[in-house]
Design a protein around this ligand. Structure first.
Ligand code: NDP
Length: 293
């Protein structure tokens, strides 16, 4: 039988401003190719004032979905048809999925972190120290709590931002955890000087932007001598993958999760949402490693 000719590609992409340094296309398109899908992932510069028109355009072009990055993660919600549970809890969307013509907002940042964490340990019953209180910290805190963490210590320099996240975690997140028959303990610590990691901490996460290229020598203010070798240390910074924190924690003997793992993890979930199939994470990670090498 001759193969039916089809020159129409399915569309996905990323809306952001600025967006030119976002490497997701380089990670996702090789995954599509390896899955035998003639799909495209477009890196699209969308100014804030054009976001509504861009979403309408994505509907008109029949996009299968798209990622949202800075500054659109909250603003996009008003243009969507609904939200998944995590996105609703976080009040932020990084992945829009076309489900039977409806644009549904999801948040895959924290889910990507959880999937990389599960390769090392089970989150159930664990205590988590989160450095930072921005979007990345919010996403990781929400998903790790829903995945079974029972204690979160929030550490942030700006007290107002720290307290806001504490309120969300103590309120809506704790309520969601309680519906699963568990409880969640939350502590906020203002970040002054070198933070001493409390005894018994299972996971320490740098969810700040400290160490992001080109500021690669910047040090996350943590008293490394207070860190136990039993603590798993994670960093959200994808570029460079081996941050100073990851390097020092590894040298100490701790197990580590780098920011590339989280980036790949959320990318895998996004591709699953859009295509219904699971891509090979190795292909996606290799593509990014070539860029950040
Ligand atoms: P936000 O701007 O929302 O938050 C930044 C956080 O970093 C704030 O809590 C801020 O503290 C803290 N911070 C920044 N500089 C310092 C400093 N010198 N000392 C102490 N705290 C500091 O950013 P996001 O949460 O959206 O992103 C944070 C990082 O996570 C980015 O670098 C981003 O690249 C990365 N990221 C990685 C992902 C991945 O898949 N690997 C996914 C999403 C994000 P304060 O409130 O005191 O200002």
């Amino acid at each position: 039988m001759p193969q039916e000719l089809n020159f129409k590609q399915e569309l996905t992409g990323c809306f952001g401003y600025p967006v030119s340094e976002n490497p997701t296309q380089a990670m996702v398109e090789p995954a599509f190719r390896s899955m035998g899908l003639d799909w495209r992932y477009l890196t699209l510069e969308v100014r804030p004032e054009n976001l509504g028109a861009a979403v309408a355009g994505a509907r008109a072009f029949g996009f299968r979905g798209f990622n949202c990055t800075i500054p659109h993660k909250v603003a996009v919600i008003q243009f969507l048809d609904g939200l998944g549970d995590s996105a609703s809890l976080m009040g932020a969307v990084n992945c829009v999925v076309n489900r039977n013509g409806k644009f549904i907002g999801e948040n895959t940042d924290g889910k990507g972190f959880v999937s990389s964490f599960r390769k090392l340990a089970d989150p159930s019953g664990k205590s988590l120290v989160l450095l930072g209180a921005g979007g990345a910290a919010r996403a990781i805190g929400v998903e790790m709590a829903l995945a079974g963490c029972t204690q979160i210590t929030l550490v942030n320099r700006d007290e107002k931002r720290g307290r806001e996240l504490e309120t969300l975690f103590r309120g809506r997140l704790r309520d969601a955890v309680k519906t699963q028959g568990r409880d969640l303990a939350i502590t906020y610590v203002p970040w002054q000087g070198n933070f001493r990691v409390p005894d018994g901490t299972n996971i320490l996460v740098n969810a700040t932007s400290i160490g992001l290229y080109p500021d690669v020598d910047a040090r996350v203010p943590v008293a490394m001598e207070s860190l136990s070798v039993e603590t798993i240390v994670a960093d959200v910074i994808p570029n460079p993958p081996t941050t100073r924190l990851i390097h020092e924690a590894r040298a100490k003997g701790c197990r580590v999760i780098d920011g590339l793992s989280m980036l790949v993890g959320q990318g895998v979930i996004g591709v699953e949402y859009w295509t219904g199939k699971t891509p090979d994470p190795e292909i996606m990670r290799n593509a990014l490693e070539q860029i950040f090498a």
